[in-house]
Design a protein around this ligand. Sequence first.
Ligand code: FAD
Length: 560
Amino acid sequence: MESRIVIIGGVAGGMSAATRARRMNELASITVLEKTGHISFANCGLPYFISGDIKDERALFLTTPEQVAQRYRIDARVQHEVTRIDREHHRVEGVNHITGDLFSLPYDKLILAPGAAPIVPNLPGIDAVNVFVLRNIEDAERLNSYLEKSKPQQAVVVGAGFIGLEMAEALQSRGLQVTVLEKAPHALPPLDDAMGGWVEQELVHNGIALRMGQGLGAITTTNGRVSAIQTEQGESIATDLVVLAMGVRPSTKLAQTAGVVVGATGAIAVDKALRTSDPDIYAVGDATEVTQGVADFVTRIPLAGAANRHGRLAGEHAATGHSRSAASVLGTAVVRIFKLDVAMTGLSFSSAKKMGFDVERVIIHPNDHAGYYPGAKQMHLQLVYDRSNGRVLGAQAVGGAGVDKRIDVIATLLHFRGTIDDLAQLDLCYAPQFSGAKDPVHYAAFVAQNQQMGISPGVEDIQAGVQLVDVRTASEYAAGTLEGAINIPVDNLRTEHQKLDADKPTVVFCQVGIRGHLATRILKHLGFRDVRNLKGGYVQARSRIAKLPNLLPLVEVHAK
Ligand code: FAD
């Protein structure tokens, strides 16, 4: 089929579309128009170029116009910015920034993959030379050259999302003292607060100053350079540079001006074939809406995975007239922050709650592999499920190793709309270097099943007046416990339970929840009427106390 396919945007979605189109149709003419100086660059690798982990910038160029011309017969034109789509005459118009010439190009099928642009607040001083965003190679070169030439000492990063935290670490590794501002109450806002505390501890432990719950209020400039910023709360922080990592806005101007429908989310609306409201125009990637795969609502999830997969489908459809349908998107993501890996998929506990699910969660702290095999690292794993039918809704994990694998397993389960019973039965690979014979995801499912069956109810908040029992050893108790807890080690519980009141609501806890589960079972068998296991045990409680020191009655006390 001879057809003219034009693609706007030559990175994740655009190049996936272009190469798939070629593989599916040898006769089509395929042109990619990219406004920056590079196609197919690794934007996800940019923070590691800034940190110096990637030393040679050329490593970020996954391919070049010359290479795609030779291998794919794709005409990829850099520094070609499209400024208008003429739907009536099936043409795109734009500027060639190399020559300054205007161009006009016909298309039969047009694929929009223009991505998104960093959010830049409208504040006096925001255009100072030492305010940076990070989206493309040119942004990275500008920041890198400022770091080399001006030798700044201090930096403020605005936004504690994925890119903000990657940049905080990168700048710190270049020797800067870094402060991170975040408007949301905790770092990595998509995380639930039960998980966010670990991230903040890691940042602080590595010398990053945090201002959580604080937005950027104003900028002070001296001789055209930012010299300080003020938080919305009025604190002034001296700085030699600012990185804005406040999220992105879908690039929809071209589509909107051409009358292509933009949805309520502010991104381009597409159908399952990635067609926009104009059947000859497709759209993919950060500029588009997606369907959230757990709750089927339309949203924006600006991540590389969907951009690449959807680009491939749109390329095929544009080249052949058919393709498989685009699946919904779960928002599965992972990031490394110093030595901590953080991953998530599906709905958070708080969002599932807001959406009206009958939501319950499990929080456990297993090792990534068998404890007896050297190098085991603890992880914190949260599993969110619907109490009414056991359907798994989402998961988040934070730890030193293996969190990506667990979240990918659960993402696969979510894709097939699996339940905690499915998760408990998954046949996963095992050897001591990799996991336990019961994997962390199995444990999470077992705990959920126990909660659902009512045999070991969990509790997150300790109500005043409950009988609080620390079932760890006497030495663990002496090293630190929760205020008001009495100590009966789990091994003594069957003989010493008379010290407790079987009619009183009772909360037991151990280090991570495992001994607490056994203690719950023992006390229930002994006739205690209302016994609950503190979710995630002392480890979880301590993380909450570190984050919210005034949280009562979770008060940590140490033996004198
Ligand atoms: P892009 O890849 O941004 O490509 C769009 C291209 O279109 C741009 O190059 C732009 O110049 C061009 N363009 C726009 N308008 C025009 C026009 N009018 N004419 C011509 N060209 C135009 N995602 C992950 O899943 N994992 C990660 O680890 C991760 N890390 C990231 C780190 C950084 C620093 C950044 C910036 C992003 C990261 N992302 C990550 C997000 C991921 O890069 C994006 O989701 C993905 O690139 C989106 O693909 P896209 O094709 O929609 O847009």
